[in-house]
Design a protein around this ligand. Structure first.
Ligand SMILES: [Zn+2]
Ligand SMILES: [Zn+2]
Length: 306
């Protein structure tokens, strides 16, 4: 099953040098999530051949324009494309009012229903859950209420080892094996085969954390401990640290320090300030602290293997 993160926008507050404001598309277990929806996000979906009608949940970190101003355009396009299925929108208080106001003044009623979910500021909470995965919020430290998102697969079942499977097992016995139980005689209840003798360990549960926007905030380390991939904003270089703390953003080195403390496997940095034409100084700075760092640039897809 794929777990893929496609970067649609990597820019900070304003677009610069072909970079667009924050937005990402996540494909996991037949779910299609969008995280943040900066200006131009729908054009990026088209450019990178992502089927926008598939998106079923959109998570908005906070209500600074660079994280949601692409939403209205996307919603109207989905409407004109005759989307009929519900769309779930998660954000801090206010987004429902912003959207309904725009719809009211354009005398439009969307073909599909938007289900609004309001996030609780400064609280870690599970906002989506199904059989396979959860999405929880990560409280961040920014100028207004802001939450990151942690997508985590649940523990997976052991896998049947086809090479060891004896002939003639009943369907119910196979189901039991998949569910972690031993194979028992249907009449007597006696154990015929132990589960661990016929199964392989489960595949690993994968995780992705999105942390933007935030100033350097060690409070998030515990929650993202050991994740496979951490996306952390890196708006500035260390040279502009003063600017970072003034605007409640992070430097590339600070992002790397968070990754290092949380012992994540891979760090992606983004939300780059328009003051940098070249991004290599940001990458170089992060890599000195946390070597497995990548620039999250438009069109890049990062896959997390099982
Ligand atoms: Zn921002
Ligand atoms: Zn912001």
């Amino acid at each position: 099953m794929p777990f893929k993160i496609t970067i649609l926008g990597s820019s900070g507050a304003v677009p610069a040098y072909g970079r667009l404001p924050s937005s990402q598309f996540i494909e996991i277990k037949n779910h299609y999530f969008m995280i943040d929806c900066g200006e131009g996000a729908q054009l990026q979906l088209m450019k990178y051949d992502v089927h926008m009608h598939r998106i079923d949940h959109i998570f908005i970190s906070h209500l600074h324009g660079d994280h949601y101003l692409g939403l209205m355009g996307l919603l109207f396009t989905l409407h004109l494309n005759r989307r009929a299925t519900d769309l779930h929108l998660y954000s801090h208080k206010g987004l429902d009012e912003i959207i309904t106001t725009q719809l009211r003044y354009s005398k439009s009623a969307l073909n599909f229903k938007i289900v609004f979910h309001t996030l609780t500021p400064e609280k870690q909470e599970i906002i989506f859950e199904d059989k396979h995965l959860t999405v929880e919020t990560i409280p961040l430290s920014h100028k207004i209420a802001c939450s990151g998102f942690l997508i985590r697969e649940k523990n997976k079942p052991r896998r049947i080892d086809k090479d060891k499977l004896p002939q003639g097992l009943l369907i119910q016995q196979l189901v039991d094996l998949k569910n972690g139980a031993d194979v028992v005689d249907q009449n007597t209840g006696a154990v015929l085969y132990k589960n661990e003798d016929l199964t392989l360990p489960p595949r690993k549960s994968r995780s992705y954390a999105y942390c933007s926007d935030t100033q350097y905030y060690e409070g998030l380390v515990k929650q993202v401990q050991d994740v496979d991939v951490l996306y952390h904003e890196a708006t500035f270089t260390q040279e502009d640290e003063e600017k970072a703390s003034e605007t409640m953003h992070s430097t590339a080195r600070q992002a790397a320090h968070i990754a290092q403390q949380a012992t994540v496997k891979k760090l992606l940095i983004g939300h780059f300030s328009a003051r940098y034409k070249e991004l290599s100084p940001l990458l170089n700075e992060a890599v000195t602290v946390f070597p497995n760092t990548y620039l999250a640039q438009e069109g890049n897809t990062f896959t997390i293997d099982e």
